[in-house]
Design a protein around this ligand. Sequence first.
Ligand code: ZN
Length: 299
Amino acid sequence: MTTPSDSLLPAAHASDKTAPWPAYVTASLAWHAGAGLFAIAAPASWPWAVAAIAANHAVLTAGGLWPRSRWLGSNWTRLPAHAANRREIAITIDDGPDSAVTPAVLDLLDAHGAKATFFCIGAEARAHPALCREIVGRGHSVQNHSDRHSHRFSLLGPKAMAREIAAAQASLADITGEAPRFFRAPAGLRNPFLAPVLQRLDLQLVSWTRRGFDTVRREPSDVLARLARSLAGGDILTVHDGNAARTKDGTAVLLAVLPGLLAHARSLGLVAVTLPAASLQQPGNDAVAAAKAAASASS
Ligand SMILES: [Zn+2]
């Protein structure tokens, strides 16, 4: 089993606040400067300088369009090694809270003694503050999934991107009493401006090990098979309570998938914990409680 190194621990705990740009972005800036100087020194070679810059932009764009890439900065695609060794997994639930789906999700999680992380949209949290507080009150975690979940998020400049994330951060902290420590970009898409914004706001970017594509796939067995494929300690799974596709009988796909997924995890001896619990070097009280609840739910 491979596990990520401690270099994946939250940037929020890194002491170096003086170098906000990821190494690749810094190298890109140098590449631009070098191409510019080359074109000045040898004007006839300007097409080569333009091609060098275009190639660099293509790589940066690909890094932003590939949700699991680390080219644009730190990005959790798996839990840290200590959590994987404890056989922890993280179920992350995006785009809510949703008054038609989230309450039933909370009941299913309780019934299986599982804890989850809800990546909430700021505007949805403001529309359903009591539901947002209930998520936290029942031992789960609320984290930042932007303020409006704009499909243009990855096209925003640094100021608009910072405003979008900070607005959600303020609303979620105000509603739940806990400032989020993790951020997920809408659809996982981003650009090079994101990393410095997250560092300033003390947020760790999280993508996933596998996602269910449950906003578009309507067949629960299909979504479950995708999520359960080689499920192992350290996995981060992504599903949706908001924007959820509906099965043929009108049920949100997540509600049809969750019981089978949680039973499968338990059969493998895996414990579903929140991202803050998984980030602790020593198991926290909620992880211990989740393990006990999972054991009693299976007996
Ligand atoms: Zn989303």
